[in-house]
Design a protein around this ligand. Structure first.
Ligand SMILES: NC(=O)c1ccc[n+]([C@@H]2O[C@H](COP(=O)([O-])OP(=O)(O)OC[C@H]3O[C@@H](n4cnc5c(N)ncnc54)[C@H](OP(=O)(O)O)[C@@H]3O)[C@@H](O)[C@H]2O)c1
Length: 241
């Protein structure tokens, strides 16, 4: 008899699933038997991801949506849940970095962009999905924050503030759903190994950077029954960085 896969019969929504970490998370869920829904904005990125492996092609579907657009997210959810569909897991990997300026040199559009990507997208997604999870009496949410959300980040204050906000948001959400069988946690990476980081820091020691696949494994664990007592946590995944 074929052993049951870890996430068989589960549906996972991976927001930003065509990004560096999002791909690793989506691939891991697909390999472990989940039906995966990936949000994307750029169709060629999604097509490239799908062509990477057979399990991606079989188990992953894509939805083009701007996760900061509440109406768009509501429409997406309606489509996913049509005909008795379920949504068990939300992993939000949407985010972006901006740095290199001090606060008094920053412009308002950078502020809006950081808050939108790193805070608002998670808020819009969680706000839409929590009522579904409460109705289903099950759910797992993992938001990807950043080590920059703790302490001082000179030259990247807007990024740091947006990630600190996301940590607080999901920590408060965890408290709000305490009486429901829904797990809400954050993972907190420092730098990890992505093509963009390699390009930006060609002289860095890439070997010391955690791989997206390693972070994905932690995220899958947080969405597993074995981790049900982990709730309201922010798990550091710094490796040795
Ligand atoms: N890379 C690092 O070293 C590092 C360190 C600490 C924390 N993090 C955090 O880890 C997470 C993943 O990072 P990553 O390097 O994998 O990022 P990434 O490769 O840039 O991927 C980000 C993804 O988010 C999507 N996205 C952006 N805005 C969106 C929106 N409004 N609606 C829907 N999707 C949107 C992007 O899609 P499009 O390309 O189509 O826009 C992309 O798929 C982020 O939260 C990041 O802040 C990263």
């Amino acid at each position: 008899m074929t052993p049951q896969l870890r996430f068989q019969n589960k549906v996972a929504l991976v927001a930003g699933g065509t990004g560096a970490l999002g791909r690793a998370v989506s691939t891991a869920f697909a390999r472990e038997g989940a039906r995966v829904i990936v949000t994307y904005r750029r169709r060629p990125e999604f097509d490239a991801f799908i062509s990477q492996s057979k399990s991606n092609a079989e188990s992953v579907t894509g939805v083009m949506v701007d996760a900061t657009d509440a109406a768009g997210v509501a429409r997406m959810l309606e489509d996913v849940l049509a005909n008795g569909g379920a949504l068990d897991i939300l992993v939000n990997t949407i985010g972006g970095y901006h740095g290199g300026k001090r606060i008094w040199e920053e412009d308002l559009s950078s502020y809006e962009q950081m808050m939108s990507l790193n805070l608002k997208a998670g808020f819009v997604l969680a706000r839409a999905l929590i009522p579904v999870m409460i109705r289903q009496s099950r759910g797992w949410i993992v938001n990807v924050a950043s080590r920059a959300g703790y302490g001082q980040s000179p030259g990247a204050a807007l990024y740091a503030a947006s990630k600190a906000g996301a940590l607080a948001l999901f920590d408060s959400l965890a408290a709000e759903v305490k009486s429901h069988p829904i797990c809400v946690n954050s993972v907190v990476p420092s730098i990890f190994d992505t093509p963009a980081n390699r390009q930006a820091m060609p002289a860095a020691d890439f070997a010391s950077w955690p791989k997206p696949e390693e972070i994905a494994e932690v995220i899958l664990f947080l969405c597993s029954p074995e981790a049900r007592i982990i709730h309201g946590a922010a798990i550091p995944v710094y490796g040795r960085t």
